[in-house]
Design a protein around this ligand. Structure first.
Ligand SMILES: [Zn+2]
Length: 269
């Protein structure tokens, strides 16, 4: 590829990654509260002053304003630039793993690259929505579902279709039954329906075998952290967001699931 075009794509990925990260902050705050994504325009939550475009440049405005509102000097949460950086880092990983622009020996798949960008941003939004409100907006699940279907059509081989369709059905049913058993014992839901939907679409997105790896990360990592939190917290029936851990597992499977599954299958052979 032409080196100028190559560098342009890398720079564009970083700039658009920051801009979409900034948009994700709006999505994370407004979607669970059933607010419009376009109106009202961005404003300071404290003094309600509209934020001018030059104070709304991802990352740069935060640094120039030293994390404070220009008008009332209220501190702006570090979460905003963090989400922008996180989205950009994940987009850069997509560039690294699904194209050959940075590592020439990598297999280049532009469809997987594009779909993964959307999926990563949706996973970040789900992570923070669930963390803040314990709700996963349906539209974000639909975005992941569409990403999964596009990847399925991109590689319509029997093995791939089988792995992903089984991933969708088995992951969903597994969590459905886990919740059912929990409900029989404790007389209340252990998992939200959003969590069950998320593992199903996650299975379709990354594949059934890769989803085992994702669930291992989510359940082991989440289990340890939740055990510690439950031990610290006096209120024993406090609920914790589980989709937070699921999104980390699904993202890990999206990036490294194929490598892990191939490595494991090679051991069995
Ligand atoms: Zn203000």
């Amino acid at each position: 590829m032409n080196p100028v075009l190559q560098v342009s794509i890398i720079v564009l990925t970083i700039i658009v990654g920051l801009a979409i990260g900034s948009f994700l902050n709006v999505v994370i705050y407004r979607l669970p509260n059933d607010m419009s994504l376009s109106k009202p325009a961005s404003h300071c939550p404290k003094c309600q002053h509209p934020i001018k475009w030059y104070d709304n440049i991802p990352l740069i405005s935060y640094i120039i304003l030293r994390g404070k509102c220009r008008h009332c000097h209220t501190k702006i949460s570090f979460r905003y630039p963090f989400v922008e950086i996180l989205n950009t880092v994940m987009w850069f990983l997509c560039l690294l793993l699904f194209t050959n622009l940075i590592i020439p020996t990598m297999e280049c798949n532009w469809i997987k690259f594009g779909v993964s960008l959307v999926a990563c941003s949706a996973l970040i939004a789900i992570f923070f929505c669930d963390f803040d409100t314990m709700l996963i907006p349906d539209v974000l699940q639909v975005v992941l579902l569409i990403c999964g279907l596009v990847l399925l059509l991109d590689d319509p081989t029997f093995d791939n279709i089988l792995n992903k369709v089984l991933g969708f059905i088995c992951s969903g049913f597994l969590f459905y039954f886990v919740n059912l058993i929990y409900k029989l014992i404790h007389k209340k839901d252990g998992l939200g329906f959003g969590d069950i939907e998320l593992v199903a679409v996650g299975g379709l997105l990354v594949g059934g075998l890769q989803m085992i790896y994702a669930l291992l990360i989510a359940c082991v990592g989440g289990g340890i952290i939740l055990l510690v939190l439950t031990a610290i917290n006096k209120k024993k029936d406090k609920e914790y967001p589980f989709a937070v851990f699921l999104t980390i597992g699904i993202a890990a499977a999206l990036f490294s699931g194929d490598y892990i599954v191939n490595w494991y299958l090679s051991l069995l052979r």
